[in-house]
Design a protein around this ligand. Structure first.
Ligand code: COA
Length: 219
């Protein structure tokens, strides 16, 4: 007993983690659509409509997560779903907004300050004082297995990011990203693709468009 007490006194990180697990384990099971074993969302966080959110096993979201399953905006009504599969790890200050579907598959890494949405504000009507009063255009954002999103990445439209893609720091994703590619910049462009025959990452010329059309959008 004394040894355990000394361990916790010295190791504040372990103490914090165990305290979080004890406090949140039971409520999470009832509040979310699913909350898998070994998953942890650190305080403070702001999460709305937890019943629309499914969290797999061994998922970690560090502090200051904002996750919003938006059911209603102005006169629009939605049936949002956020699906986070097993072993997703997210650093601090990430934001995820869904009106329809945001699906993050297994083993995806979100560095800090990552923003992901499946919707965008319409701005074309000029009779409204603010674009926040205009309709939301909704889609599906799907992030496949093993994707890495660097620090400050913004996924600002409904897109599909293919397996094992690497999204460089501060990139702004506006189009589908093919699997096994490295993209950087604003808007994010492919700079490398993995060649499965040579087993090498190969450079892609910056003006190349041929690599983009990859996913059937009628999911
Ligand atoms: C995307 C990334 C993986 C590419 O690494 P790499 O394959 O070694 O690429 P290089 O450094 O050789 O860069 C290739 C080109 O892309 C540019 N580039 C690389 N990363 C970039 C980025 N994030 N934004 C804009 N341009 C970038 C380089 O300047 C270089 O341009 P040039 O050919 O005109 O000189 C890396 O740059 C990156 O952004 N990693 C994420 C870092 C991060 O978020 N860490 C958080 C850890 S939790």
């Amino acid at each position: 007993m004394k040894k355990i007490f000394i361990f916790f006194k010295k190791n504040t990180k372990a103490k914090k983690m165990i305290l979080y697990r004890l406090l949140t384990c039971l409520p999470n099971r009832f509040q979310y659509a699913r909350f898998g074993k070994g998953s942890l969302i650190y305080f403070p966080m702001l999460i709305n409509n937890k019943k629309c959110i499914s969290i797999g096993e061994n998922v970690t979201f560090r502090e200051h997560l904002r996750m919003d399953a938006i059911k209603c905006m102005n006169d629009q009504h939605f049936t949002p779903r956020i699906i986070i599969e097993d072993n997703v790890h997210a650093e601090q200050d990430c934001q995820i907004f869904a009106t329809n579907l945001v699906h993050i598959k297994k083993n995806v890494t979100l560095s800090s300050h990552v923003f992901i949405t499946d919707a965008e504000h319409e701005y074309r009507g000029v009779e409204h004082e603010s674009i926040l009063k205009q309709k939301l255009k909704c889609g599906k954002t799907i992030i496949d297995e093993e994707v890495f999103l660097g620090i400050g990445v913004r996924v600002i439209k409904a897109v599909h990011i293919g397996r094992h893609a690497v999204i460089g720091a501060n990139s702004v994703v506006t189009k589908d990203i093919p699997p096994y590619s490295v993209v950087v910049g604003n808007p994010a462009k492919i700079i490398r693709k993995y060649n499965h025959n040579t087993k090498q990452w190969e450079a892609v010329p910056s003006d190349s468009e041929e690599h983009y059309e990859v996913f059937d959008r009628s999911l």
